[in-house]
Design a protein around this ligand. Sequence first.
Ligand code: CP
Length: 356
Amino acid sequence: MISTADPVSAAPETTSTERHLLSVADLGRSGIAEVLDVAEAFAEVERRSMPKVPTLRGRVVATLFFEESTRTRLSFETAAKRLSADVLSLAVGTSSVKKGESLRDTIETVEAMGIDALIVRHRSSGACHQVARWARRAHVVNAGDGWHEHPSQALLDCFTLRQVWAERAGVPPASMGIDCFDGKRILIVGDIRHSRVARSQVLAYDALGASVSIAGPGSLLPPSLAGWPVTVEPDLDDALTRVDVVSLLRIQAERGSGAFVPSLREYTEHWGLTSRRASRLAPGAVVTHPGPMLRGVEVAGEVADLPSMLATRQVTNGVAVRMAILFLLLGAPGTDPRAARPVPEGVRVAVGSDRG
Ligand code: CP
């Protein structure tokens, strides 16, 4: 679980899951619930005409993206600014990394400027854990490391699904708790082998009690599923009729996935969510996609524009969820996330139930 521990007093040279968010496994069921509930408070802030709170005034958040990103970087930077933190963004392509500076020296250099949080994306699996071992005082957030994990993506996916189910039930999302995931059937389709999103989703959905299955060409499934709490669906057309959620994944060409399928046309024919396949979805089923989306490959353009496709809503919710992550790591204990007012001892911060 991530905590509100004061980073200055945190012990140096440790990798503590209490200081950082490196994996969904750091959170567990109760930690995920906490992030979702705090994010509800920030979603309310986002609906204000002035969507900004002074909660992290004086704190400095740095984004260090050693791999491309649109959504995650902008979303974390927006989240930090809405919390009134100062934001620094390392442009890796024009930084001293290009002169050969090592990752460790880069991290130590940035941290020496008094940074409170390092939001790190890296092409190497495990890089964020390594950064967390080097960071002496800063909190480290994994914004996607190689094939390993992308925890904030899985959290915003959970937030979005609960929001949709709450709307249908006509109740505030937080009032649903996380029991709404119990028994839900979630199918993850595509390049699971190379997907950090899939790994974080499986951890999150399983922790919340959903039943997770995967589908894709054998070459794009993990070589071993030992320890994966999933079943494999060999027949996508059949599986689509039985699930509540389809999570589509992009073919990770930057990780060499193109070599794992004969052609993209063939991939689409067998595993793409075409209009014909989308028509097989059970009533009420929704489709998620972390983006970037390759229209015409894993999803047909017209399917991407259906109301059941949640991709844009996921992006919107990413800001509130990342505000919650930053708040839980950096905020002063006992602070009302929406107003930075101290909450009297013993008073629980109400989320979701007090919105007009
Ligand atoms: N979903 C996601 O990680 O997108 P970006 O690569 O654009 O950040």
